[in-house]
Design a protein around this ligand. Structure first.
Ligand SMILES: C[S@@+](CC[C@H](N)C(=O)[O-])C[C@H]1O[C@@H](n2cnc3c(N)ncnc32)[C@H](O)[C@@H]1O
Length: 328
């Protein structure tokens, strides 16, 4: 039964997600999906949500507490983040509060973020928390083909009507490419195949799904397409505009697509193009390798990394050429 109050059905709220969570009644949602700001200084179309680590973690725990309150006993909560942030959430709160906590990883090939001293970060952690022992979960909606269908035992299972195997706890999907028609100008858009798998894993048509952070609308568009009732929050007006038009038209408007924006960038002067390309590489490199900063300032010759208004590190053009693949 859908117990989410009607006024929240199929709504995109341009508000702080905590304000919406706090006014929801307890136990009213079948699924909650959170892909929050990771607290590492990502620039979201001119905005930063980074706070100090302790503040971030206390906010993250508070967010998860509200989520567990509004989740139905049969519901499922998923929180995607960097592994360290999720490890703290798990240890500080979820392991005690939830009935079960499971850690999955989304892995993706990447050609940025390489370092000579350690392996390249190319995954995110997804925590799955359940409230009760009988959480809804529908293997038949997400089953994957058996890897060894000629094995006798597997043939027996297939003959008994098994739809396939349960997906593994590691999931590989490519990052959304800038040239893809699905890619908007949002800084951290995730592939729709990933959210589709999770939505199908634990909800059926008509169930309620709260996508806590709307972003580019990638998850909430999938929720709508799969005929679940959606609710999402997105605090940034530009992103809210992408989500609302995307949901209304069932496609992404040309001016919101990264491919169109790249096309117009190609029309700027040669030097501007070069600095833009370098900025994109720098942004992607430091986003995946550096834990905490507020801002990156690149003028074509010198890069300053800024935290709390102070320059905490500087790099020259030659430093960057040594550490970032493809930096010219
Ligand atoms: C990591 S992104 C989500 C991206 C999304 N998964 C996608 O595929 O497009 C997080 C989003 O949360 C928004 N945001 C940050 N803090 C928020 C808050 N307190 N309430 C609502 N939205 C917030 C940011 O503007 C950003 O768009």
């Amino acid at each position: 039964m859908n117990t989410l109050p009607k006024k929240f059905h199929n709504k995109v709220e341009q508000r702080d997600v905590m304000d919406v969570l706090r006014v929801l009644p307890p136990a009213c949602l079948d699924m909650i999906w959170g892909d929050p700001d990771y607290g590492v200084g990502i620039n979201y179309s001119g905005r930063k949500y980074t706070s100090k680590w302790e503040e971030y973690i206390s906010w993250y725990v508070g967010l998860a507490k509200e989520c567990m309150r509004v989740l139905k006993p049969t519901g499922n909560l998923f929180m995607m983040n960097y592994p360290k942030q999720n490890a703290h959430l798990r240890a500080l709160y979820l392991d005690d509060a939830a009935h079960g906590v499971y850690d999955y990883v989304w892995v993706y090939p990447t050609n940025v973020g390489h370092s000579p001293k350690r392996f390249t970060t190319a995954h995110r952690s997804i925590l799955h928390a359940t409230k009760g022992k009988s959480n809804n979960f529908y293997k038949e909606q997400i089953a994957q083909p058996y890897r060894n269908p000629t094995d006798k035992r597997i043939q027996g299972r297939i003959a008994n009507g098994s739809p396939g195997r349960m997906p593994y706890s590691w999931l590989q999907y490519n990052l959304v490419k800038n040239v893809s028609l699905e890619k908007t100008f949002h800084a951290c858009q995730i592939p729709q195949e990933l959210s589709e798998l999770f939505i199908k894993s634990c909800t059926k048509s008509g169930d309620s799904v709260f996508v806590l952070f709307g972003g580019s609308g990638s998850e909430v568009a999938k929720v709508k397409e799969l005929k679940r009732t959606y609710l999402t929050c997105e605090i940034h007006p530009d992103y809210c505009e992408i989500i609302r038009t995307r949901l209304k038209n069932n496609f992404i408007k040309k001016e919101h697509r990264m491919s169109s924006i790249m096309q117009s960038r190609r029309n700027i002067g040669e030097n501007g193009k070069k600095i833009q390309k370098q900025s994109d590489l720098i942004d992607r490199y430091f986003r995946t390798t550096t834990e905490l900063y507020d801002d990156l300032e690149w003028d074509g010759e010198k890069l300053d990394i800024i935290l709390d208004g102070d320059v905490i590190e500087s790099y020259t053009h030659s430093d960057l050429s040594k550490i970032i693949d493809g930096f010219l």
